[in-house]
Design a protein around this ligand. Sequence first.
Ligand code: GLU
Length: 674
Amino acid sequence: MNPIGTRPPHGHWRAASLALVAVFLSACGSDDDPPVAVDSACQTSANGGVVVGSGVPGDPALPEPSSGYKLGLKPVTAKRYMVVTANPLASQAGCEVLKKGGSAVDAAVAVQMVLGLVEPQSSGIGGGAFMLHYDAATKAVESYDGREQAPAAATENYLRHISDTNTAYPLPTAPTVTTDGAAFSGVRASGRAVGTPGAVKLLALAHGEKGKLPWADLFQPAIKLSRDGFQISGRLADAIAANRTSLLVDPDAAAYFLGAAPARTAKPLGTKLLNPDYADTLSLIATQGPDGFYKGPVAQAIVDEIKATSGGVDTPVALTPGLTEVSDLAAYTAVKRTPVCATYRTHWICGMPPPSSGGIAVLQALGILENFDVAAHAPTSMDDEGGKPAVLGVHLVAEAERLAYADRNMYVADTDFVPLPGGSPDAMLSKDYLRDRAARISLTASMGTAAAGTFPGVTRLGTSAQEGHGTTHMTIVDARGNVVVMTTTVESSMGSFRFVRGFVLNNQLTDFSFSPSDTNGPIANRVGPSKRPRSSMAPTLVFEKATDGSRGDFAMGTGSPGGASIIQFVTKTLVGVLDWNMNAQQATSMINFGASNSPTTGVGGEHPNVVAANNGAGDTLVTGLRGLGHTVSVAAQSSGTGTVVRKTVNGAPALVGGADPRREGLVLGDAFTP
Ligand code: GLU
C-alpha cells in the first residue's frame, strides 16, 4: 500500500469573459424553423407547445405525486443539441443555455445550480461530482474529479470512533435515521460524514477550459428561481417526508423543509419554496468564482456546521463534530484524470477512473460479456418500456457484474493513495484477463458470489461494499457536438441533513469503509487524510470504432444515480442500445436487472413488465432466473438514467434522448428538421 500520494497540479479558475457565441444555432422556436419534434426547441410539444416552468396545463414542471414509474415515455429527437436531467426546471435551464450558444459545460453549470434548488435531496454545491467531457473539435475525452475529500485531520477510524479513547460510533446514533443500519445512520448525520465539497471547483475548472458563456450568467436561472420560488415536486416531497425526523436535528433544515412548530410537518407536494439564502450564496460564487464558496463566509458557515456539537429544534441532540477546517476548503482541488477507455465489440467506451469504481466495473462487465453472444438473448415483446428481458440475457449480464463487483470491492479506491493492480486500469481491463474471468460463467447455474481475481505481485486485501442513494445524472450535447456526462451527488437522500446557506451538505465520507481492515487485510477504501471515498458513479461516453480500430465519432452518453447499483443501471442501458438495438428511451426504461457480488439478482419490480406480486412467482423472467439458481429480488429499483444516442433519423443526423421513467426527468433539445 502506498502512503499518502500527491495530487496532480490543479487548474486555475478564470473568469470567463467570452461573449455570447451565436454560431450553430438552429432557429429554435422561431418562425423559419418551427419545432416539429416533441420536446423540441426547449418546449415540450410540437408547434410552439408548452414552455417548462410556465405553469400552464401540460407543463412538466407542475408537481405530480411521484409514481415510481411513468408509463409510455417516447424517445425525443433533436437536431443539434440536447439535455437530459432528472428535473424539468433543470433541463429547461440547460436547454436555454444551449439555445444561446452555450457549451455543454456551460449548460452543466446552469443545470447543477437549478438542481441544487429543486432536487436538493440528490445533488448540489454542498456535494461532489464526476464529469466526462468530449470535445468535438479536438476529439479529446477528459474527466474531471470533483469528489468530496476527507479533512486533513481524518484518521482511519474517523467514521467509527469518536476519539482514540472513546471508541463509540459518532453521534447522533439511531434511531435518528433508520435507512442504512444503526451505525451508518448515526454516522451519516454526524459532522464526520461530511466531505469537503467538490462540485463547484469541478465546474469552475471545466468552465475555465470549455466555457463559452460568462460564468456569472450561468447562475442567473437558479438565482431567479430561488427568489421567485418553485413548487415542491413529488420526489422532493417524498424525500422531505421520509427524512423528517433527521431534518429536525438541524434548525436550518427544519425551517426550510418543515412547517411551523409545534407540528413541524413535512412540507407537501406543490408547496411554494423560496430560498433567498441559496440565491445569495450563488451570487457570491457567480461574482467571485469558487472563492465565493471555498473561502470567506460560506466556507466558514460550512465548517461551523460540520463542527457543531449539538443540534435539534425542539429536543437537543448531541452531535460528534467533524475535523474539517477552512484550510481544507481552501486547499480543495478538482482533479483532471485520465478516463478509462476500452473497446466493446464495434464501439469504444470511456468511463470515470478512480476514485470512482464505476468506469472500471462497467468496462469489466462489458469485457466479460464480449465473450458471449449477448445479442442472441435480446428482450422479447419489445415496447416503449424496453420489452421483457430474456432469462439468459439477464443471467449473463448479472454473472459478469458479480465478477466485476468482486474486483471492485477489493481493488478500487482513491489511486492517489492505493494503486490499482499493476499500477493502472490496464491489468483489470486486459482482454485476456476478462476472457479468463468469463470462463467462470456457467450457462446453467449462477455462481452466487464471485471471488476477486488475482494479479501477479498483488496481495489480497479486505473488501468494502457500501453506498447510499442521493444522486442525479445529466447528459448534455451542445450545438458544436461537445458532450458532458456528469453524475453529481450528496451521497444519501438529503446528504447529512445539514442545511447551510440554502444548500444541503453531503454525507459522502460514508462511502469509505468504516473499518480500516478485515480478516483478509487492509481495505483499499479505508479512510485517510485528504483521501476521496470510492464511488460507483459511472458517467459514460460511447464512440464508434473507426475502421482503423481507433476511437471514432460520438455515439452515446449515459449515466445514473443509484449507489452501487449505478454500475448495473449503466451496464443495462449500454447493452440495451449496443447489443439489443434499443432506442435511448427503451434502453433507459427497460427493466433494471443485475447483481452486485451476492447470490441476489435484482429485477426491478416497479417496472410495468414485471409481475412483482408474490415476490415475482408469476413472472417468467423471475422464475427462469430462479431456475438457474439466482436468488431474485423484485424490490423497486430507483434508477435515474439519462441517455442520449447519436443516430441517423429519416436520413438526417440526429440526437435521440431518453429520461428515466422512474424519476422526474425530461429531455429537451432543438427542433429536429431532417
Ligand atoms: N455516493 C454514491 C457514489 O458516489 C452515489 C449514491 C447514489 O447514487 O445515490 O457512488
